[in-house]
Ligand binder design. Structure first.
Ligand SMILES: NC(=O)c1ccc[n+]([C@@H]2O[C@H](COP(=O)([O-])OP(=O)(O)OC[C@H]3O[C@@H](n4cnc5c(N)ncnc54)[C@H](OP(=O)(O)O)[C@@H]3O)[C@@H](O)[C@H]2O)c1
Length: 304
C-alpha cells in the first residue's frame, strides 16, 4: 500500500510509519519541516502541499497534524493556533488533495475523546453527542472538517478519537514516569473520574485497521474498553514503579496552573466505549493499566 501521513514526524506518526514500513508499505511523511529523507513531502498548513504530484494514487492518507493540545495553557492566542492547525489546516489539505487526478482512496483522521466533555459516571459511545466548552467545540469542528473528505475528495473516511496515548518514546508517559519513580506521583483531583487511555501499540494497530478495512466509515472511539478511574490508573503506575502512591494534585492547584485545560484533560470524567472498533474485530493488547505500565517501563529501560 502507499500511505501518506501528515504530522508523520510526531509521536504517533513515527510509530505508525515504522509499523507500516515493516509490513511492506510505502510511506510518505507530509511535513512542514525541511525534507530529511526522500519520503518527505513538504506542506504549508496555510497554503497546501508542495510537490502534489507525488500524492497521486495513494491508498490512504492519515491526518495527524496539529499543534500539541496539552503543552501549554489555552490562552486566546493558543486557542487560535490549536483551531487553525486542525480545522483550517484540514480544509487546506482537502483542497490540495481535491486537485489530484486520483485522490487517496481512504482518508483516516484523528479526533479527541475530549469531544464528549465531562460525562461523570455515564457511559458514552459513538452515539453520544459533543459536550460543552472549548475542547468539545474544537474536537467537533476538527472531526467534521475531516469527515468532509467523503464529500470533497470522495474517499472512504474514518476518524479515530483518542485520549491519552501512552508511548515509551514521547508524549506524556516519560513525563508522568519521573515523579512516580521517586515516589512523588499522585492522582489528579478527587481521582474518581474515568480517564480513558491507550498504549501506542494499540493506537497504531487501530489506525492500521482503519487504513485496511474498507467497511470502516465515520467516527470511532479509540480508547480502552473498560476505562480506569484516575486513582486506580495512577496507583497501577505506582505498583509498576514499585513506589506507593499516597498523594494527589488538588483540583484547585491544577486549575490554577493550567486553567480550562486542567478541567478538560485532567479532571473530566469520560467513561467511553470503543463500540465500533470492537464491532470491526479490533482487539486491544493493553487493557490492564498495570501490565501496560510495566510494558512501557520495560521499553523505556531497553532504549537507555
Ligand atoms: N498523543 C496523544 O496522547 C493524543 C491524544 C489525542 C489526540 N492526539 C492527536 O493526534 C495527533 C498526533 O498526535 P502526536 O502525539 O503524534 O502529536 P505530535 O507528536 O505533537 O505530532 C504532531 C505533528 O503535527 C505537526 N504540527 C505541529 N504543529 C503544527 C501546526 N501548527 N500546523 C500543522 N502541523 C503541525 C508536526 O509535524 P511537522 O512539524 O512535521 O509538520 C508534529 O510532528 C495530534 O493531532 C494530536 O492532537 C494525540
Amino acid at each position: 500500500m502507499r500511505v501518506a501521513i501528515t504530522g508523520g514526524t510526531g509521536m504517533i506518526g513515527t510509530w505508525l510509519a515504522r509499523e507500516l514500513r515493516e509490513r511492506g508499505d510505502d510511506v510518505l511523511i507530509v511535513s512542514r519541516q525541511r525534507p530529511k529523507t526522500p519520503e518527505f513531502i513538504r506542506w504549508d498548513a496555510n497554503k497546501g502541499i508542495h510537490d502534489l504530484d507525488r500524492m497521486e494514487g495513494l491508498d490512504a492518507i492519515v491526518n495527524l497534524a496539529g499543534e500539541p493540545i496539552a503543552a501549554r495553557p489555552w490562552t486566546t492566542v493558543r486557542r487560535r493556533k490549536l483551531w487553525e492547525s486542525r480545522v483550517d489546516a484540514t480544509g487546506v489539505l482537502l483542497r490540495s488533495l481535491g486537485r489530484l487526478d486520483a485522490p487517496p482512496k481512504a482518508f483516516i483522521g484523528v479526533g479527541s475523546i475530549g469531544l464528549f466533555g465531562d460525562q461523570g459516571e455515564a457511559w458514552v459511545d459513538e452515539s453520544t453527542g459533543a459536550g460543552d466548552g472549548f475542547l468539545p467545540e474544537l474536537a467537533d469542528a476538527w472531526e467534521q472538517a475531516q469527515l468532509a473528505a467523503k464529500r470533497v475528495i470522495s474517499s472512504r473516511t474514518a476518524v479515530l478519537r483518542l485520549s491519552i496515548v501512552l508511548s515509551p518514546t514521547g508524549g506524556v508517559f516519560p513525563l508522568m514516569l519521573k515523579p512516580f519513580r521517586i515516589g512523588m506521583g499522585g492522582w489528579l483531583g478527587h481521582g474518581r473520574q474515568f480517564t480513558p487511555w491507550t498504549t501506542i501499540r494499540d493506537t497504531s494497530a487501530a489506525f492500521r485497521l482503519l487504513i485496511d478495512d474498507d467497511t470502516a466509515f465515520g467516527s470511532f472511539n479509540g480508547t480502552i474498553p473498560e476505562p480506569t478511574r484516575n486513582i486506580d490508573w495512577l496507583r497501577a503506575l505506582g505498583r509498576a514503579t514499585g513506589k506507593p502512591v499516597i498523594t494527589h494534585a488538588p483540583r484547585w492547584a491544577l486549575r490554577g496552573a493550567l486553567g480550562e485545560l486542567a478541567d478538560s484533560l485532567l479532571i473530566a470524567s469520560i467513561r467511553t466505549r470503543p463500540t465500533k472498533l470492537l464491532e470491526h474485530g479490533f482487539s486491544f493488547v493493553d487493557k490492564d493499566a498495570e501490565e501496560a505500565f510495566r510494558w512501557l517501563i520495560s521499553e523505556v529501560e531497553a532504549s537507555r
